[in-house]
Ligand binder design. Structure first.
Ligand code: WTA
Length: 631
């Protein structure tokens, strides 16, 4: 994992400095802290507003901060509408490549048309302002159109990642009271069709609120469609209702843009709320500054729009900046391990933003795959989702970036909306460190009392100041929001990230990992509690605990300890059966690496499972302080 002793510093080349939009960090950082509201007002001026704010920040009711109160906007007004009147109109907004090799591209003009048509269809289905629309789709252009169409008419989208099972999908539909779902018959992955509409059909049976399903045809796989409930997108778009003009709703600054479910330390996944104004300003600013966006750039964030990275840095940030985005449907290794490198060459991609898992996964195939392709168009690289180990960092830097592309290791969360700790292209880099706080943010590593820990000492990562991209809270559950994020350092009014970290003698941050029961598998965020509740729904299981163990490619993998009910016996078949059970009920991304049957789980006297002890046992490490362990 990250190693703070890895202190070789990579300085930016003169070429990088010459072309950087922001050439100096410290001074602007100082300005942004001393004049936070002024700094953000300056950034907000890059966007266009129906009505400007009365004030930059209303901090009268912390931690429910309101950014740009009084302003009126719509993120689509900035992501699409305003570009229709500039030279951006005829520029490519999206180049999309399907796994079988089909290519579709859309100018900003075409993007507007597609989104208007989709928006008119949603309206004709009775979707109104503030309705929640669930999106469960493969990585195809319509996924982006659907998100933007919701935003355009003031509806709230809730994108559920396609790797989740029908039950996980139904939970999210039900929690959000969503009556409309948008999906596709399926998508392509590793040369096979991954069915999606059939998953939605099963989810709909578990969702009393669900009334309408719109399905995009992608694969021609057979699907069951029910009269009056199910509509093909291509049928709807051929009707006169799907006109190519549609007014964008005027939204208040803090109107909800989307919900995104994410796993926390306890209980069911929670829906984080993001709003139109603050999120627009934060994602467009961070994207513009950190990726140093130039008018001709081709920018590829190889994430899935189903996660926050996709929301902020495939869709909203880049489109607000008028960038050309790239999207790819399928597996990075299909048909060969140089699919991504071929795409870089084919489209002349300048910026590539991905996860350490993906880098490690491609690195294991060796240098010859990237070396056979021309990667010289690359100017900047990015990493997100988990700590990047120095070996993967160096490979990414040397082999992919030809030692000339700075790597933007961006630390942030679903809750933060955008980058919190990140370098700029001109920042001297240390492999494995996200370097320093983004402008306007005061971030620290502290002990339990809130005292800053010494250099290179491990502590809790906290955010001390509000920022425009911050979540507006948990949907329908403000108490839980206060409890999870704001209760530990209530006195100080700091946001608890859930991560532990160190800061070195140069003030660089080194993220160690989660301190709660969130498991990051391949950068995907899963909760122990959700996995455990699926486990105990199996008839053989009395009790279980899911922990994260280190994995050479995935970063972490899921290891489950389980106690069987009387009458059941441990066997290889039983283990397989249980693994399948988790995959079926939660989805392929939650596939456990191993299940160990045990007679007992270590617990505290108050009955809490000590996952830390299980993890230490599995790794053969010292078990640490056991004073709270029940006999
Ligand atoms: C982890 C993803 C180290 C961290 C954008 C955080 C990282 C969690 C990094 C949020 C990074 C994200 N280095 N760790 N560059 N980026 N993380 O909500 O543990 O899916 O708390 O958001 O991912 O995961 P989430």
């Amino acid at each position: 994992m990250t190693n703070p002793t890895e202190n070789k510093i990579y300085l930016p080349s003169q070429e990088v400095i010459d072309q950087a939009n922001i050439k100096e960090y410290e001074e602007l950082y100082k300005f942004s802290i001393e004049n936070r509201e002024q700094f953000w007002a300056n950034q907000a001026d890059y966007l266009s507003w129906y009505k400007k704010w009365d004030k930059v920040l209303d901090d009268s009711n912390p931690p429910f901060y309101k950014w740009f109160p009084g302003a009126q906007t719509n993120i689509v007004h900035n992501a699409i509408d305003r570009h229709q009147h500039t030279e951006v109109r005829n520029k490519l907004a999206l180049i999309w490549e399907g796994e079988p090799g089909d290519v579709r591209s859309f100018s900003y003009h075409a993007l507007n048309r597609e989104v208007c048509q989709f928006a008119n269809i949603l309206k004709s289905m009775g979707v109104k302002r503030a309705d929640v629309v669930t999106i469960y789709m493969p990585q195809i252009p319509e996924q982006i159109f659907a998100m933007l169409a919701c935003a355009k008419i003031g509806a709230i989208h809730s994108v559920v990642y396609g790797g989740f099972s029908h039950e996980a999908l139904a939970d999210r539909i039900n929690d959000a009271n969503s009556r409309v779902v948008i999906t596709a018959d399926g998508g392509y992955r590793r040369g096979k069709v991954v069915e999606m509409k059939s998953v939605v059909n099963k989810a709909m049976e578990l969702s009393p609120t669900m009334e309408i399903c719109i399905t995009v045809k992608r694969t021609n796989v057979d699907v069951y469609m029910e009269n009056g409930r199910d509509y093909w997108y291509h049928d709807l778009v051929a009707l006169p209702i799907a006109a190519s003009k549609c007014d964008t709703e005027v939204m208040e600054a803090d109107d909800t843009l989307f919900l995104l479910y994410t796993s926390g330390s306890t209980g069911r996944p929670k829906a984080m709320i993001h709003t139109h104004a603050g999120y627009s300003v934060y994602t467009s600013t961070t994207h513009r500054m950190v990726f140093d966006i130039k008018p001709d750039d081709r920018y590829w964030c190889a994430a899935d729009p189903g996660w926050i990275t996709g929301h902020s840095y495939i869709v909203y940030g880049p489109l607000m900046n008028g960038a050309t985005i790239i999207m790819y449907e399928g597996a990075p290794t299909y048909p060969y391990p140089d699919r991504w490198w071929k795409m870089v060459e084919r489209y002349g991609i300048n910026i590539l933003y991905t996860s350490p898992t993906a880098i490690r996964g491609l690195m294991r195939f060796g240098d010859s795959w990237p070396n056979r392709n021309d990667l010289s168009s690359l100017r900047l690289l990015g990493s997100v989702g988990e700590p990047i180990n120095p070996e993967a960092w160096r490979w990414y830097h040397e082999v992919i970036g030809n030692s000339k592309c700075p790597i933007m290791d961006t630390w942030w969360q679903t809750e933060t909306g955008g980058f919190m700790i990140t370098p700029l292209p001109v920042t001297p880099l240390k492999p494995g460190s996200g370097t320093k706080a983004f402008f306007g943010n005061e971030i620290a590593v502290v002990d339990d009392d809130g005292k800053e820990v010494g250099a290179n000492e491990e502590g809790t990562l906290v955010i001390k100041s509000p920022w425009p991209g911050m979540t507006a809270g948990i949907f329908k559950d403000p108490e839980r929001y206060l409890d999870i994020y704001w209760s530990k350092y209530k006195k100080q009014g700091w946001y608890l990230t859930g991560d532990s970290a160190k800061r070195d003698e140069d003030g660089y941050f080194w993220i160690i990992g989660r301190t709660d029961d969130v498991i990051k598998v391949s950068g995907y965020r899963l909760g122990s509690a959700e996995i455990e509740s699926v486990m105990i729904s199996h008839p053989a299981i009395a009790e279980s605990a899911a922990v994260a163990l280190p994995h050479p490619i995935k970063g972490n993998c899921i290891h489950i300890f389980a106690i069987l009910r009387n009458g059941y016996e441990a066997s290889l078949e039983m283990e397989h059966d249980l693994i399948n059970h988790v995959v079926t009920h939660m989805g392929p991304i939650a596939k456990p690496e191993a299940i160990t049957i045990v007679d007992q789980l270590p617990k505290t006297r108050s009955g809490k499972i000590m996952r830390r002890v299980l993890k230490a046992r599995a790794l053969g490490l010292p078990e640490g302080d056991l004073s709270t362990l029940e006999e």
